[in-house]
Ligand binder design. Sequence first.
Ligand SMILES: Nc1ncnc2c1ncn2[C@@H]1O[C@H](COP(=O)(O)OP(=O)(O)O)[C@@H](O)[C@H]1O
Ligand SMILES: [Mg+2]
Length: 417
Amino acid sequence: MLTEVTATRYVTPLREGGSLPGIVEADDLGTYVMKFTGAGQGRKTLVAEVVCGELARRLGLRVPELVTIQLDPVIGLAEPDQEVQELLKASGGLNLGMDYLPGSIGFDPLAYEVDPAEAGRVVWFDALINNVDRSWRNPNMLVWHGDLWLIDHGATMIWHHNWPTAQSASAKPYNASDHVLAPFGPDIAARRRARAAGHRGTADRGRRRGAGRVAGRRARLREHRGAPPRVRRRAAAARRDDPRPDHPRRADQGQAFAGSRLAGGPPGAAAAPGRAGQEDRAGREGRRQVSTERDVFEYALVRVVPRVERGEMFNAGVLVYCRAKSFVAARTHLDEAKLKALDPGADVVGVRAALRAVEGVCGGGDGAGQAAGDDAGRRFRWLIAPRSTVVQPGPVHTGLTADPEAEVERLLDLLVR
Ligand SMILES: Nc1ncnc2c1ncn2[C@@H]1O[C@H](COP(=O)(O)OP(=O)(O)O)[C@@H](O)[C@H]1O
Ligand SMILES: [Mg+2]
């Protein structure tokens, strides 16, 4: 049986896939990712989440603890976001919850390496449950304290949506070509051998690309291993006084750190007000001429939200796309002090790797991994798609530039560094 808790606070929506789950706090003071019965995907996806999540756990794969959450729809009455309000009002009663893993980073195959045995176990499991939702565009895995965790098993057991054809559907071979772990050479036979030998655990572990593991993390993990995350987190919270220094909570969180630079104005910024009026006609025409050589570009900031449930963020990179020149590029810069200020326990190596992966996708070629076949525009659209994890894109804005490459550097200096 799953533990039952009662929702006491709606924290934030998670806009990534389609179902609009949200982080909620419950009466046991735990935080959970809540999957709503009122969501368009329907209850069967939640049934699949429970069946496959618990199956994975029994097979020794890491899945955050599942609970049921009682929701009093009255919580939704004062919620200003119409979409969220409707979801809450339509989901009174029992819903599904998954223990929220604070500071976990969305799995990115360019940032994290998985050994073939572990990749084999996950692909084998996804074939068993017919999971169509572990593609590189939608990995549904998190990296937390250096380990791989599986989430979101709603799009599995597809056959249970149509029982008359279930038999034939379940006999179809599983197509793993689009699987996010396909490039890691999944060793399916290892999985089979391990099962035959009665092995259930996940002893083999992945590792960060290009970076060793942090020794302290290993030790910390060993200390808490075995206990469910919810228990570990609460035990840790009870043991320590929060080491976090007083954090100024700012209304303008997105610009919390970039603000001082903006206030001072960018180097070589536009002319002071009134100046244009003093310009002579030739000057204005000259400028107009230059502007015709400029192309439209789109850009977005790459932001780091060390603790999604707190919402504080800072800028750590910029993405620029210029359609006319088929140009896309990203430049990132991680200020470790800012990261540590917002989350003393942040996974610095993981965040750095995730930022580097964004640059890799823009750079194209081998560094772009499974996105290598996409043109510049598709790679940009992919990177600006909403994400609710630690590294996420901001809103897209537009401008004109004669030199997109220089624009990337200029915006990095202006908005990030
Ligand atoms: N247990 C969790 N801990 C931390 N973040 C989570 C957890 N579950 C989901 N998320 C975040 O929320 C996003 C959406 O959740 P998911 O279960 O994939 O729902 P859907 O894809 O149906 O919207 C995930 O991609 C991930 O960034
Ligand atoms: Mg998902």
